[in-house]
Design a protein around this ligand. Sequence first.
Ligand code: ADP
Length: 303
Amino acid sequence: MILCDRLTKVYNGIPAVDDLCLEIPAGEVFGLLGPNGAGKSTTILMLVGLIRPTSGACSIGGIEVAAHPIEVKRKIGYMPEDVGFYADRTAAENLDYAARFYGLSEAERKRRVGDLLALVGLDGVGTTVGGYSKGMRQRLGLARALVNDPEVVILDEPTANLDPRGVLDYRRIVRDLAGRGTTVLVSSHILSEVSKVCTSVGILARGRLIASGDREVLSRAAMQDRVTIDVETGTPMPRFASPEILSAEFSQDACSARIVAESDISTLIAKTLYAEGILLRRLAVEKPDMEDILLSYYTEGTA
Ligand code: ADP
């Protein structure tokens, strides 16, 4: 459904995307993962036909993007990293405006806009977009990407500005789309986020695909993304309650603990201790660096 064949983009003699080969079947939720500057946005811009490859090609549903950009745009929904809207119009007006490009009748547009606003949790918001939070804009961006009921949805860093509730809504929407056979490509630099929603993943570093595969690659990556937190207190500490905690080892006097979690929950720990009046002596967070994780793949891949 989404195909990249030796896709390459060179800027000032330096490849931003380097000989990228990808094949993403229909109905897949594919995560394009990599640190900032890895080439994720550049790949996406070529996939949606906004920039032309230096060499190689990409196609969506069998149609080559660079040769037939208009045809491809009809098939896809795209949410850029920074979504632009008319600030002096409401969410519904912005969506209606976007829907006009796809030749929908007024009645169809009205129904579609209403459904999409409900889907992303913006129904009933009558104010203009200028006053929206970043999270609300991102919700609206997702709605706009779906306005033409696309076969393929491409989302650049979709959770960057969302609050936890927004992230849950986003995941529900993506799973629902995949359940209906829509192909979804999301880019992210956050391993744990990709592992929550994607069925397969490609890891990009310095423009090159260094690993790709299904849940196995993901779970290995997620495992290396774990955060270790060492805590020392003046008096015994309580057990911490968080679904993010994977394991917790306490010393016999419960004045020191080593906690392994899916993400950095040091603030929660500090708040809990403060609320219980327990003196915090040390709180050290050990977080693996995304580059280190990627490097381990790279080393293995080239060994
Ligand atoms: P990501 O989305 O993974 O953060 P990008 O695709 O934005 O990465 O960037 C990949 C590389 O290409 C970076 O080194 C970036 O500086 C470079 N790059 C991206 N766009 C341009 C451009 N328009 N002109 C020159 N260099 C660019």
